[in-house]
Every structure is written in C-alpha cells, then in structure tokens.
Design a protein around this ligand. Structure first.
Ligand code: F0G
Length: 430
C-alpha cells in the first residue's frame, strides 16, 4: 500500500487502490464496488478493545473496534452510542428452530438508537461524510436505512434526502424518517429502481451516497460480528444467520470474519447463513445454481425491508458464503411470519425480515444441512415496532377462513363485570 494513501479503499473486482478522502462508491477504472482496506498485519487480542468508561471506545459498540475500522479523526465522528446489543439465549426459540436448548441465541440489533442494525453502518458513513465536508447525504431505502440516515445526518447537522419505493415501506419507518427531517422522495417503482436513480444522481451532483455500496457503511456493520464474537469470548459459533436483501450486511459479515481471523482474534470461521424471503430470493437462486447463474427478479414479499430483486452487493456476498462454507436459504412469507410470532411471543420481538433467520435455521435443520447441536446466533436486524401494520394484520386477519395458529386476538366487551367474568372464565383462568 502506498504510504500516502489515507482511508485506503480497494476495488473488489480489479484490485485498484485509492484514497477514500473524497466521496467514492465505485472504482473509476472498472466500475466495481470498493472495500475499505484494513491493516490485517496487526496482531489483536481481546484486551485490544478495552477503553476507559464514557469515552467513545466504551459508549459506542461500533467505535470500540476502531483498530478494525477506517481511521476517521475523532472530531468528525457522529455517534449515538449505537451497538452494544444483547444476545438472548431463549429455549422456546431454539426448540422451534430445531436446535438444542441453550445453543441458539438471537442478537438483537433492534436495540440500536433508531431500531435497526443500520445505525452501525450509518455512524461510520455519516462520520466519513462529515470528514469530507459533504453538503447533502442521500440514500435509497426500504425504510430502515432512511430512518437511520435521517437521524445521523440531523445529529451531524447535514441535510439528508432519501429515495423510497412509493407505498412499499412501513408507516413506522416512514414516520421516523419524516420526524428526523430528511427530505423524502417517493419513487414510483421498487427499491432497485430507487437505488439506480440515486446512483445516477450522485454520479452527477454533489450528493454523498450513504447506501452500502459506499465502502464505509459495511465497515460499521462489521461490528455486529465483532461484538457478537467478543460476547462469546472470541469463540466463534458454528453458524451466524442473517437476512439478505441488498446483501451489504452479508458482505460486511464475511469481511469482519476474515479480518478477525487474520489478526488472530478467532481461530476458525463460522458458517454464514443468509436467508431470503422466497418472493425476493435472487441470491438464493444463484446459490442453488452453484453460483453459476445469477438473475435479478421482480421482488414481492411481505418483509418489506428485504423486498429487493437486484441486490447491489451480490458478488461481495458470494465471497462471504464461499469463504465461510456458508449457505443461502429462503423461506415463504407464512414461514417467516410464523417464526416472527414465536420470537414475538418470547417477549423479544422483531420485524418480519429479521424472523427469516429463525425460519431459515428451522428449515436447514429439518433438511439436515445444520445439526441440532450446532451453536447458532441469529441476527435480528430490526425492532418489533418497525412494522406494526403487519403485526395487527397477522393477529386479526383470517387465512383460509380461520385465524392463524399463533394469532392473539383481542376480546371486545361491554364495560360490565358480567362480561369481564366471562372473559376470565373462557380465556384467562380456564
Ligand atoms: N433486515 C432489515 C430489518 C433491513 O432493513 C435490511 C435492509 C436487511 C435485513 C437486509 O440487509 O440489505 O444488507 O442484505 N434494509 C435496507 C434499507 C435495504 O434500506 O433499510 P442487506
């Protein structure tokens, strides 16, 4: 590496190296996606991440892992104490997935400041944007990235603009984005069209692109894996499962694992399992073809966060699956909703896209691809309140003329003790 390159980035396709000191999202030579270059010749130990209390290194579950992040100066860092998310080991969820009790954990990224894992990538992207003097930051989004960008840009005092597929994101996410003050542009079309349009905009105008094609975004998302490994005493689990949409997170997970291994923090790589919804499963189909034949599709799933048919990071995600001996699965909308109902009723809760992980593990265990004694961590990417419309529909709507098996229907009564006694007799004390 040239000694003069600051914030070095490298093209994933042709290997060209550049300085990341300007907004940059694709290789000027071949158009490939760029990765931040991290020094993997350093040796790190568990105590490398110790930091004094109430400093950035201890309050942020992202900036704690600075040795493995781009070297952005302190004065530019925009943090909302993101990360620091718990892993819950819940036996009912494990049993549902077909995994032995005590061996399946869910790492809940819904505990982040805006309720999704996107805050981890956004603290790095917006800090980078601030360091390069961006005047407007923009993203295309199925809702979570937009809420996160709107919040972090407002925190930084930089105007933001988001392109969303009109009518296809949840009201909760739209509400957050409006509340945090981003300029919302509703695009007729799906996420893929919105991202394509935005990439044309940022190529022509002085607008900073914050999607995960920006090499700094996945860097923050790597810390989901680093924090998980640290909580597990740097003993890698057998399997890490995550949902797949635009596939930036799958790419980030693979990069985190390869780097953690190279610097000596872990001695083996867990298998990364990406789970897609059947209605938006181009990566699953690619995997099924032995990564021989890839074709985008028109997406259609209830899990609006991952309703994506032409994922931008497909090649980088393929590398993750290949490097870790991983798998790609897909589940139907009913399967992911059923898994979500189990996660919700465990008192944990998540949004529909996140539940693909538990549904996917259940399927892979049933198919004999994953053993029931495997140690598994599923990443729940978004909070239960991210999509309340679908919760109400799930519990109130009939399927084929009957309530769903796990439906929790409210009971409507007159305000009398007689009516209340009947409820107690029929539904509570029986
Ligand atoms: N889970 C949730 C809750 C998401 O919001 C997303 C992506 C994913 C999983 C998939 O992650 O795209 O890295 O494969 N949401 C993006 C957005 C597309 O705009 O909020 P991925």
């Amino acid at each position: 590496m040239s000694a003069t390159l600051q914030l070095p980035v490298q093209c994933a396709s042709c290997g060209e190296r550049l300085a990341g000191t300007t907004p940059i999202t694709e290789c000027p030579r071949c158009g490939g996606l760029l990765d931040a270059v991290i020094d993997t010749t350093q040796r790190l130990t568990p105590s490398s991440f110790d930091a004094p209390r109430y400093t950035l290194g201890s309050t942020s579950g992202v900036w704690r892992y600075r040795q493995l992040l781009p070297a952005i100066a302190d004065e530019h860092i925009v943090s909302r104490r993101e990360g620091n998310t718990p892993i819950y080991w819940h036996d009912r969820i494990a049993t549902y997935a077909g995994i032995e009790p005590g061996r399946l954990g869910v790492k809940h990224e819904g505990h982040n400041p805006t309720g999704s894992f996107k805050d981890r990538g956004m603290t790095v992207a917006v800090s980078h944007a601030k360091s390069v003097g961006a005047s407007v930051i923009a993203c295309a989004s199925t809702g979570n990235t937009s809420a996160s960008l709107a919040s972090y840009a407002a925190t930084a005092g930089i105007p933001s603009m988001v392109l969303i597929p009109d009518g296809k994101i949840s009201m909760s996410k739209l509400s957050q984005t409006l509340a945090f003050g981003a300029k919302v542009v509703q695009v007729a079309g799906d996420f893929d069209a919105a991202l394509q349009l935005l990439r044309e905009v940022t190529a022509e105008f002085d607008v900073y692109l914050a999607n995960s094609v920006n090499p700094f975004r996945p860097e923050g998302q790597k810390t989901i894996v680093l924090e998980m490994l640290e909580e597990l005493g740097w003993q890698a689990p057998d399997v890490i499962a995550l949902p797949g949409g635009n596939l930036g997170n799958t790419a980030a997970f693979g990069k985190a694992l390869v780097e953690a291994y190279a610097v000596g923090l872990i001695d083996r790589l867990p298998r990364v399992v990406t789970v897609q919804a059947e209605g938006a499963s181009p990566f699953y189909r690619y995997f099924q073809s032995g990564f021989d034949h890839y074709e985008p599709m028109t997406p259609n799933t209830i899990a609006s966060a991952i309703n994506i048919g032409a994922p931008a990071s497909v090649d980088r995600a393929r590398r993750t699956i290949q490097n870790t001996g991983g798998l790609v699965a897909c589940v139907t909308d009913e399967e992911l909703l059923d898994a979500k109902a189990v996660i919700d009723a465990a008192g944990i809760g998540c949004e529909p896209a996140s539940a693909t992980t538990v549904a996917g593990i259940r399927k892979l265990v049933a198919d004999g691809e994953i053993s029931s004694d495997a140690r598994v961590v599923c990443v729940l990417t978004g909070n239960v309140l991210k999509d309340t419309d679908n919760i109400v529909k799930y519990h109130l709507d009939d399927v084929d003329g009957a309530p769903r098996e796990r439906a929790n229907r409210p009971i409507r009564i007159e305000a009398t003790m007689d009516a209340m006694k009947k409820v107690l007799d029929d539904a509570i004390l029986s």
